[in-house]
Design a protein around this ligand. Structure first.
Ligand SMILES: C[S@@+](CC[C@H](N)C(=O)[O-])C[C@H]1O[C@@H](n2cnc3c(N)ncnc32)[C@H](O)[C@@H]1O
Length: 269
């Protein structure tokens, strides 16, 4: 299964850089990618107080969009992914941004081990590609990295009403219900502390991504950012209010789930 996922992420090299590993869920393509990142970053920084003494581990770092935004805020950033093309883009972005506190590991997260203690362990869009027992293996391998202060963040695609398995040619994903993830993280003594949709999906994204607008709108959006992002947000919020539509035919969502040690006396040294 993991090979199918790796082949999938290795084959997306023809996409614009900002879309590799970051498919905007509203269909807005390159228009939506920076909008999504702007609001997801704002959300994550609101719930996690990133500080200069922190070590961060990101599992499934993809094109490095989180690295360039978060690494400058912390002491050390470890980024793991098994997709060579995605990592190449991440490394290029890090170099362009002049960031020097990032360690990259091109490997399967199932085999990632370290003696370093991490303040934040971020599963950024990756648990959905792992079976339950595989997530447990990853967590068991990370026990040496966990202290009482460690915060675990999961940002994956979930389904609010039932466990959904997407098993199509060349792609596989498990959209879990939130309680399934709670119980997996509870196995290592972590309890849910925050859960909320990571950003408001763009409405009319597919329309705005059509040929006549595809080039000009992203440019205009960049030129007038962040005002343009707020405009898209207000538009999407109104559209959801006036004419709500189920997303991707159901109850899927991108949520941030923040887990903290339930009982600090369980903390591993
Ligand atoms: C949905 S993308 C998320 C990328 C990025 N974190 C973001 O939020 O934009 C998932 C990433 O996880 C990586 N990935 C999936 N399964 C993995 C595994 N078992 N080991 C290492 N990386 C994995 C893929 O290569 C891909 O880059």
């Amino acid at each position: 299964m993991n090979t199918r996922i790796r082949d999938y992420w290795n084959s997306v090299g023809e996409l614009p850089k900002e879309l590799i590993g970051c498919y905007p869920m509203g269909g807005g393509g390159v228009l939506e990618a920076p909008y999504r990142h702007f609001f997801e970053l704002k959300h994550l920084r609101k719930v996690i107080n990133f500080q200069k003494n922190m070590n961060v581990l990101e599992l499934g770092c993809g094109n490095g969009r989180w690295i360039v935004s978060l690494a400058p805020l912390v002491k050390n950033y470890t980024a793991v992914d098994f997709s060579e093309p995605a990592l190449a883009i991440a490394k290029e972005r890090v170099q362009e941004a002049g960031i020097s506190n990032v360690e990259f590991y091109e490997q399967q997260i199932l085999s990632f081990k370290s003696e370093k203690k991490y303040h934040i362990i971020y599963f950024s869009g990756v648990t959905q590609y792992l079976q339950d027992d595989e997530i447990k293996t990853v967590l068991a391998n990370l026990v040496t990295c966990i202290s009482a202060e460690t915060i675990i963040v999961d940002r994956s695609t979930i389904n609010y009403s039932c466990r959904e398995i997407l098993n199509k040619e060349g792609y596989f994903s498990i959209f879990r219900i939130p309680t399934e993830l709670y119980s997996i993280f509870e196995n290592i003594g972590f309890k849910i502390a925050h859960q909320k949709r990571s950003y408001l999906f763009l409405r009319c994204g597919r329309f705005l991504n059509r040929k006549p607008f595809r080039k000009t709108l992203p440019l205009l959006c960049k030129l007038f950012s962040p005002l343009s992002y707020y405009f898209l947000f207000i538009f999407s919020w109104c559209a959801d209010y006036i004419y709500p539509i189920p997303f991707e035919g159901g109850n899927r969502s991108h949520d941030f789930m923040v887990f903290k040690m339930a009982d600090c006396s369980n903390a591993k040294p």
